[in-house]
Design a protein around this ligand. Structure first.
Ligand SMILES: Cc1ncc(COP(=O)(O)O)c(C=O)c1O
Length: 395
């Protein structure tokens, strides 16, 4: 085999979203694009805000020398200052520009964090349902992902987290608003989590780092507030990106912000900056760093997501499916009407509806629907969902 065994194994394990996406492409070829309802991919379909395009044009026209050159691996100071201000406002803790590293998206941020803190065999807790890439990122740096199930309504369960912490636990990744559940963890949950982490630190004599992955922070519904977390646990870092809030995921721009109270702050930040370099990112894209430096107050008009969330809620409810409407992000995570959600996704596929089985997110018995698609696709799916639930009831 040419491909390394581990990668071949990863390819098989990571195939749920890809499998469904490819199945969608196949069905579209046979029946036509307007006959298939493809909810498999979380790829923002809204246009970026006009300010983004205007800013790119003025930057491109400026012609200043050195704008496309390498810079310090942490990124431009002016951009890191902007990020530090936003974190201070969101988290109530100012990391300062020296505590911010510009990265290739939130994915790059999580990878440099893990590279800097993991020794071989260290454990990283992930809360199921979770973003499927976490397991691969942890493995990239010699760690072992330890899944822990979320509690009622997919809220994080601090006691369950406490029960899996061992002397090998190095970090926990927290994602709110959550992909795929749409859950926003309330402040009361995060306070209990901080207490659990504090008692574990006393027990084992070293802190568990909290990596707060929040790329959906600005895509929220019903005026829900995303509580701060950095002021609750000093050993916190925030991984975030502009992928969703500006609808520019292909541009790969994000950051890691490190609490000033974190253990061995300067050494840790230096290790992260080195990781940015030696993982091959080198630095976040220069043009994008300059672009977003002036766009902190700008967000994509995501009212279409809001409208689609309400439309999809009605359709899923009418079909008899059980779910909690997402409070942020653009995913539904309904319960499968039959125990085997893969079988239900197959029934949906027969109706030309593409959904991703929950086991791909560490939570069998559920399935994910991404609603970053045109309203018409959602409307068109109504009859298919009804028929699929009826058929599942007979199986
Ligand atoms: C929960 C979560 N974390 C991280 C990422 C990676 O985001 P980025 O495009 O900023 O790297 C995603 C992307 O979908 C995500 O859903």
């Amino acid at each position: 085999m040419i491909v390394a065994e581990k990668m071949a194994g990863f390819g098989r394990r990571s195939s749920w979203i890809r499998k469904m996406f490819e199945e969608g492409a196949r069905l579209k070829e046979i029946y036509g694009v307007d006959q298939v309802c493809d909810f498999s991919l979380g790829n923002p379909d809204l246009s970026p805000p006009p300010e983004f395009g205007q800013r790119l044009q003025s930057l491109a026209a400026s012609g200043a020398s050195g704008v496309h050159a390498y810079m310090a691996n942490a990124g431009y100071r002016e951009t890191r200052e902007m990020v530090a201000k936003r974190i201070a406002a969101e988290q109530g803790v100012d990391p300062g520009a020296d505590g911010v590293i510009m990265t290739c998206g939130a994915a790059g941020a999580i990878n440099i964090a893990l590279k800097a803190i993991l020794n071989p065999g260290d454990e990283v807790i992930v809360v199921a349902p979770y973003f499927v890439e976490y397991g691969f990122y942890v493995d990239n740096h010699g760690g072992r992902a330890v899944p822990v199930a979320a509690g009622d309504g997919f809220d994080l369960d601090p006691d369950a987290v406490g029960a899996v912490i061992t002397e090998k636990t190095r970090a926990i990744i927290v994602n709110s608003p959550n992909n795929p559940s749409g859950m926003v963890y309330p402040a009361s949950t995060l306070k209990r989590l901080a207490a659990v982490l504090a008692s574990a630190a006393d027990r084992y004599g070293r802190p568990v780092f909290l990596i707060n992955d929040e790329p959906y922070r600005r895509i929220v519904y019903d005026q829900v507030e995303i509580p701060a977390i950095m002021d609750l646990w000093p050993h916190t870092m925030v991984a975030d990106s502009f992928s969703k809030e500006l609808s520019i995921p292909g541009e790969r721009i994000g950051y890691l912000a490190v609490s000033p109270a974190i253990a061995e702050h300067d050494d840790l930040v230096n290790a992260m900056i080195l990781a940015n370099r030696i993982l091959g990112f080198v630095n976040a894209p220069a043009f994008m760093q300059r672009a977003i430096a002036a766009l902190d107050d700008v967000c994509v008009d995501y009212s279409p997501y809001h409208r689609r969330r309400d439309l999809f809620s009605r359709i899923l409810r009418d079909a008899g499916l059980a779910f909690t409407p997402p409070r942020g992000g653009f995913y539904f995570f309904p319960r499968s009407p039959i125990a085997d959600e893969v079988e239900f996704c197959d029934i949906l596929r027969d109706e030309k509806i593409l959904a991703v089985p929950g086991r791909g997110f560490g939570t069998p018995g559920y399935f994910r629907l991404a609603f970053c698609v045109n309203d018409k696709v959602i409307e068109r799916s109504a009859a298919g969902f009804k028929r699929a639930v009826e058929r599942a009831g007979r199986s």
